[in-house]
Design a protein around this ligand. Structure first.
Ligand SMILES: [Zn+2]
Length: 685
């Protein structure tokens, strides 16, 4: 799926992710086997609205649960996975195994609301004291450095958000992928994006007002004097930080991100922050080079560190510390956090039940430990073998597509085939598991557990700087419903949790699995060969292996696809951003095409299940359309349209209009709304 960066098959706003934690009652169980015939609406012409043709019955029957911003195929799977994971976590607490016990303790601590009320603000007192004691710029740099965490991932998970001043990501070096380097990203905002602060539109201005009120409320809850005036200054500082920030589109442009700075040059390139002190406090002293993803923002923010008063910085850091911790502070804080970030920002009326949030938090903090339990129970070798076979067929289909391209030069084709040959495809779970023996978990300290887990993860991340590159490193947990392309590693991750209906059903007719998970597999493969993939060679080095002519053809096709998506208007006056979502949309076209070829090759001539008078090709496309079933609240849709590299799900389902086979399968004639003249259909691969 693409966007101008590659990434998670689906991406939920980071703020939302951190708040979601579970939703509720299974409104609908996932379909037992194969496509959901009752969920279709055959009164709709597939040529006019394929998404509703495939999903109309389901859309009518389903309501978005009150604790969710949206509800769809991913949520259906996530519910099932969460129920399973909850059982595993609760069971783990009864175990004598030290790692399993840690899982149980983490969960029990999260559930211990009484302890949270009793402790009040005590768990963050040390942090608040440190901030309060800042007496000079060196102390400010030390506190800022000590707060640095590995909470961003600009390339694999396309997570650009951190509320800390900067964020760190560690990955193979873009310029020499035989060793790992740290990447430094912009941060420091409470709202998700710079545009939230700079918008002059009615919705944007309203949100700015509500965010200011939120800051006042949080300060007052913490009994901080002079809350209104302080909140105004805090907001103004954040707005200045936002002004320095790169845009979301620029963040996704890898060429703008490849800025290796020698650490000794930071003081010249980004004056204002005492970098020596900062790096020391961050555990980065001695690191020779850091790649600065957002050079303009880092420079701009450091200027603010120097020219804004220490008092304003202390006020800002105090607010940030309380706001960040609020979900695990006494109820008034947690409620205010939910009210603003979930309800106001994303339209979620009701918080999910605590146990669900506990499961999600535990699963995030002890990802591999929980994942190990999950795959043991729910991902049998047989399912892994089936997916592996599909991967093999789809890789072969993709290779054949490369062979048959008439626009790509032979030299470039040879490089593409070489890259396909070194692709690592991770299925189900990582090749080795993370060791959590160094993480301290206390049964009565949920916030401390969360903070220690973030620090543990940061230190683990920094430890990669001293180790050889692991090309098979995983960037998702097995119990996460998503899939990833890892450009520098030339690898893919398909976690066990993603391999559930409606994406994959080991008991379904293979034709339908190819339409759903097959298209996902093809999507991720194609990211290795798209506008971003063309910038990473078979070894993962940032190196354009395409000729200018190759790129020109690709861009021409891409421009037509961008225009196709620009024309969609999900909210009055608000269109899909064809450029922002371009890479993902290209990958959808490519993935669906490769999956179609693979299924035709593997099953040509075999007897069809032919249920309910649907042809194999029809069921292939319906399975694809149903894998994108989703409903979204308008507030959330607005956030997605502004920040997500993926188009809203219904338009991803309409990708079918670019495939000739879809026109034949449903006899789509000129005049239908989704009809595209053959020359307007986009075929890249
Ligand atoms: Zn993608």
């Amino acid at each position: 799926m693409t966007k101008s960066n590659r990434k998670p098959f689906l991406m939920i706003g980071v703020l939302v992710l951190s708040l979601l934690l579970a939703n509720g009652n299974a409104l609908l169980s996932s379909r037992a086997q194969g496509i959901d015939l009752a969920g279709m609406d055959k009164s709709i012409d597939p040529g006019d609205d394929f998404f509703s043709y495939a999903n109309g019955g389901w859309l009518k029957a389903v309501q978005i649960p009150p604790d969710r911003p949206a509800y769809g195929a991913f949520d259906i799977i996530a519910e099932k996975v969460r129920t399973r994971t909850a059982d595993l976590i609760k069971g783990a607490g009864k175990s004598n195994d030290p790692e399993a016990k840690k899982i149980g303790d983490y969960y029990d601590a999260f559930m211990n609301e009484g302890a949270i009320e009793t402790k009040g603000l005590t768990p963050i007192k040390t942090e608040l004291d440190e901030i309060n004691n800042i007496a000079d710029r060196a102390a400010l740099a030390r506190v800022l450095g000590s707060q640095l965490r590995a909470d961003v991932d600009p390339l694999n998970n396309t997570n650009f958000y951190t509320d800390r001043l900067f964020g760190i990501w560690v990955s193979p070096d873009l310029n020499n992928p035989t060793h790992n380097v740290p990447y430094l990203l912009q941060g420091g905002l409470g709202l998700p994006d710079r545009d939230n602060y700079l918008s002059t539109e009615k919705n944007g201005v309203e949100l700015q007002g509500k965010y200011r009120e939120h800051i006042v409320t949080v300060l007052k809850l913490a009994n901080i004097a002079d809350a209104e005036a302080k909140a105004a200054r805090i907001y103004d500082l954040e707005k200045m930080i936002a002004t320095a920030h790169a845009t979301r589109t620029d963040s996704a442009d890898i060429q703008k991100a490849n800025n290796p700075w020698a650490t000794k040059d930071f003081a010249n390139k980004a004056p204002g922050l005492d970098w020596t002190t900062y790096f020391k406090a961050a555990g980065l002293a001695g690191q020779p080079t850091i790649v600065v993803w957002h050079p303009g923002a880092v420079t701009g923010i450091c200027a603010l560190v120097a020219n804004q008063s220490l008092d304003v910085w202390k006020e800002y850091l105090t607010f940030r510390a309380i706001d960040r911790a609020a979900g695990l502070l006494p109820k008034p804080f947690a409620t205010e956090r939910f009210n603003f970030y979930s309800t106001t920002l994303n339209g979620i009326p009701q918080q999910s039940e605590r146990w669900k949030r506990g499961v999600n938090n535990t699963s995030a903090a002890l990802g591999d430990a929980v994942g190990k339990l999950y795959v043991k129970q729910y991902f049998p070798p047989d399912a892994k073998a089936k997916i592996r076979a599909m991967v093999k067929n789809i890789v072969a289909a993709f290779g054949k597509r490369i062979d048959n391209l008439n626009w790509m030069t032979p030299a470039t084709k040879a490089k593409a085939k070489a890259k396909l040959g070194t692709l690592y495809v991770g299925v189900g779970y990582p090749e080795h598991w993370r060791d959590y023996s160094g993480l301290k978990v206390l049964r009565d300290d949920p916030l401390g557990n969360s903070q220690r887990s973030e620090l543990f993860d940061y230190q683990w991340t920094l430890s990669k700087l001293r180790q050889p590159v692991d090309k098979t490193e995983w960037w998702l947990n097995p119990q996460t419903v998503n899939a990833l392309n890892l450009p520098i590693q030339n690898g893919l991750n398909f976690p066990a949790a993603m391999l559930n209906p409606p994406f994959f059903d080991p008991n379904a007719d293979p034709v339908e699995n190819y339409g759903s998970i097959g298209a996902v597999i093809g999507h991720e493969i194609s990211h290795s060969f798209d506008d971003q993939g063309s910038q990473f060679d078979a070894n993962g080095r940032l190196f354009n292996w395409w000729t200018p002519q190759d790129l020109e053809h690709f861009r021409a096709a891409a421009d037509r696809l961008a225009a196709q998506f620009d024309a969609y208007e999900p909210l009055p006056g608000v269109h899909v951003n064809g450029k922002l979502t371009l890479s993902e949309n290209i990958a959808d076209v490519a993935g669906l095409s490769a999956a179609y070829d693979a299924y035709r090759t593997a099953y040509a001539g075999k007897p069809s299940a032919n249920k309910n008078a649907l042809t194999d090709d029809q069921r292939f496309f319906i399975a694809f359309g149903q894998s994108w079933r989703a409903k979204m609240r308008p507030e959330f849709l607005r956030v997605i349209l502004a920040t997500d590299g993926h188009a809203p799900d219904q338009y991803r389902a309409d990708t079918v209009r670019n495939l000739e086979a879809w026109y034949q399968a449903f006899n789509i004639q000129p005049g239908r709304k989704l009809y595209l003249a053959p020359e307007a259909r986009v075929r890249v691969w």
